[in-house]
Design a protein around this ligand. Structure first.
Ligand SMILES: [Zn+2]
Length: 268
């Protein structure tokens, strides 16, 4: 049976039925990045409880269904503009959560509305990641992705971050070339609304090959599909993409990125 890795899924907002279906479809390992709560946070403590929940409870819940679960910790871009809460949360994040056993990256970072408040929190967290030699998982906004990429390119010109350790997610036809050209890893989120369909993701792989590209579901509170990775593999197969390219995009590239973290202990 084909084996899969979903490198971006918010299991916090999914059900046990999802875990059953994912395990049955061959998903063996997932990475869960920090998301927004779904409603506004009012205290730093809610960040801490959320991070603790993902690191401990959710990792065990996944394991009960035979799925290995790793975590990216951050103040999510969607919550970066709530001040002083967002900046106040960064210190406890650094002190108590980033060095935990299954925390493999800082993320999601990046932009939501694209403004200076978001960028301040983005940069602060990039600096922490670089100082700890951690991986960075960066989120492109739903709209105006090109402008977000322009800002990211500028940041990379001014700071010497190791680009092999940066993953840019939610790429589309508009941004994929730039992400790859900058020497970064690229995520393609296959999601029923606002993101890519399996067809569009397949076309991107057909055009650009699968080097440095990984498919994910980005499944969350919204109408989303935790089986997007196997579904897209199926679509690629029916469109004649080689098994080698499919395996790279749905398992091995995500593995090659995350295995750079000493805390990513899963092996294919
Ligand atoms: Zn996400």
């Amino acid at each position: 049976m084909a084996r899969f890795f979903d490198p971006h899924i918010h299991m916090y907002s999914r059900t046990t039925d999802d875990y059953v279906a994912m395990a049955k479809a061959g998903i063996e390992v997932v990475v869960q990045p920090s998301f927004w709560l779904g409603s506004p946070r009012t205290q730093v403590g809610t960040f801490e409880d959320y991070w603790e929940h993902m690191i401990t409870f959710e990792t065990k819940r996944a394991k009960d269904f035979g799925i290995e679960h790793f975590v990216c910790i951050s103040v999510n871009p969607k919550e970066a503009t709530i001040r002083p809460l967002a900046t106040d949360a960064i210190e406890p994040m650094k002190q108590k959560y980033l060095d935990r056993p299954n925390v493999v990256a800082i993320g999601e970072l990046g932009y939501n509305l694209i403004n200076d408040l978001e960028e301040e929190v983005f940069l602060k967290q990039m600096e922490i990641a670089a100082s700890k030699d951690m991986l960075m998982m960066v989120h492109l906004p739903h709209t105006n992705k090109v402008e977000a990429m322009r800002r990211i390119e500028k940041i990379l010109q001014n700071h010497h971050y190791n680009r092999e350790k940066i993953l840019i997610d939610h790429n589309t036809e508009e941004t994929i070339e730039k992400t790859l050209k900058l020497g970064l890893w690229a995520g393609l989120s296959v999601y029923p609304v606002t993101k890519l369909s399996p067809e569009r993701a397949t076309k991107i792989i057909q055009k650009h090959g699968s080097d440095h590209i990984m498919i994910n579901s980005a499944a969350d509170w919204g109408v989303s599909n935790p089986l997007s990775v196997p579904l897209t593999a199926q679509k690629m197969k029916s469109e004649g993409v080689s098994s080698e390219e499919i395996e790279k995009a749905t398992l091995y590239n995500a593995y090659d990125f995350y295995k750079q973290s000493p805390r990513f202990t899963w092996k294919p």
